[in-house]
Design a binder for this molecule. Structure first.
Ligand code: NAI
Ligand code: NAD
Ligand code: ISE
Length: 336
């Protein structure tokens, strides 16, 4: 059984996901594409040699009878509209993070999905599919380091475009930690604070960079996350869990250990596409398999909303410079 997929937003990740569905994964076929910049959609069709309809709008694509499932990979602020429309059309939808740029947007999606009485949404949180994070989770769940007490994280990008501003450090970047840490610790956040260190000369005027986010969980774990999106030297994701009986660190991506010219060195990756390439493959294969089995298993709209509730509190904390509470509603049986 082949799942016919339509892609809304054929930019960096939309193009990369279309490539993996066409060239790497099994069971899916790209049959339709759309982008506000139509020439971008056309280039993707040409590059991959797709036989796909180029639609004039995301809504036309969603209502195309030949499309079984939709990939929403357009900019964050457009996600809610397309995800709700896909649910209302009764179609499975994979939505890149963030599910919506506010918790209210996620609530609207949850309402539509519960009304449809069927899980139709998977959110593009790929870290739970990364082999390094899976090893870290296994170390925690097996009791190898005792109970987790403290977590130190860093989320560093070499640079970001001028359209990236201060709140995006939270709802576009930190959102990955806000999802993966809930999953890793099997815990919920209760408060957030944001501290601004001295600003790098590489950040433009509408961006405070770096930032330090301090989180506390229900079980009392304290977390610090350095978000530094103009760090210049590489794409670098760090996570170190301090437990009662040891410390577990996220493994570094595999790289050649080189002895040359009086130096011992490893390369550092520069691009998120390479850092999480295997995890993106696994998450999207899981989405295709989930549709074939009529049961999605990946990050749900509830997970998307939980991360957005924490994200809203962090954005508030950026502005208030206070410790902001995070209150998670009771999870309905539908999402358990
Ligand atoms: P991008 O800017 O390269 O691509 C977005 C594309 O969407 C553009 O081609 C744009 O023309 C199109 N678009 C925007 N509004 C549209 C609309 N209303 N209808 C149709 N097309 C529209 O952005 P990028 O980096 O590909 O990011 C897209 C999404 O993927 C974002 O939500 C981002 O957060 C997420 N993302 C996730 C990553 C991950 O690690 N999971 C990595 C990179 C991006
Ligand atoms: P991008 O700017 O490269 O691509 C976005 C594309 O969406 C652009 O081509 C844009 O023209 C198009 N677009 C925007 N609004 C649209 C609309 N209303 N209808 C149709 N097309 C529209 O951005 P990107 O880096 O590919 O990021 C896209 C999404 O993917 C974002 O939500 C981002 O957060 C997410 N993302 C996730 C990861 C990840 O690791 N999971 C990595 C990068 C980006
Ligand atoms: C981007 O959208 C991603 O999702 C990347 O994984 C993240 O590292 C980057 O900061 C975001 O802008």
């Amino acid at each position: 059984m082949t799942i016919n997929i339509g892609v809304i937003g054929t930019g960096a990740i939309g193009a990369d996901h279309a490539r993996r569905i066409s060239k790497t994964l099994i069971g899916g076929k790209i049959v339709a594409v759309n982008d506000v910049n139509i020439s971008q959609a056309q280039s993707l069709v040409d590059e991959l040699g797709l036989s796909a309809t180029i639609h004039n709008s995301g809504h036309d694509l969603i209502h195309d009878d030949g499309v079984d499932a939709v990939l929403v990979t357009s900019w964050g602020p457009t996600h809610e509209e397309f995800v709700v429309a896909a649910i209302n059309a009764g179609k499975y939808v994979f939505c890149e993070k963030p599910l919506a740029t506010s918790a209210q947007g996620c609530r609207n999606i949850i309402e539509a999905e519960m009304q449809a009485q069927k899980r139709l949404v998977q959110v593009g949180f790929m870290r739970p599919y990364d082999s390094g994070y899976l090893q870290l989770k296994n170390a925690i769940d097996s009791g190898l380091i005792g109970e987790p007490l403290i977590v130190h994280c860093a989320h560093r990008n070499p640079s970001v475009p001028d359209t990236y501003h201060t709140p995006m450090a939270i709802h576009d970047t930190l959102i990955h930690e806000l999802d993966v840490l809930r999953w890793l610790l099997n815990d919920e956040f209760v408060s957030a604070q944001v501290v601004f260190p001295r600003k790098t000369k590489y950040a433009h005027s509408a961006l405070a960079d770096p930032q330090i986010v301090l989180l506390e969980t229900k079980k009392g774990v304290r977390i610090d996350v350095e978000v530094f999106v103009n760090c210049q030297y590489g794409y670098d994701i760090q996570c170190s869990v301090v437990g009662e009986e040891g410390i577990a660190n996220l493994p570094e991506p595999q790289s050649l250990l080189l002895r040359k010219e009086a130096k011992l060195s490893n390369d550092i990756l520069m691009d998120w596409k390479d850092r999480f390439i295997a995890a993106y493959d696994v998450e999207l294969q899981a989405f295709i398999n989930g549709i074939s089995n009529n049961k999605l298993t990946g990050p749900s709209a509830w997970d998307g909303m939980a991360a957005s509730i924490a994200s809203d509190a962090c954005v508030k904390a950026q502005q208030s410079q206070q410790i902001e509470p995070i209150t998670m509603p009771e999870q309905p049986a539908f999402y358990r």
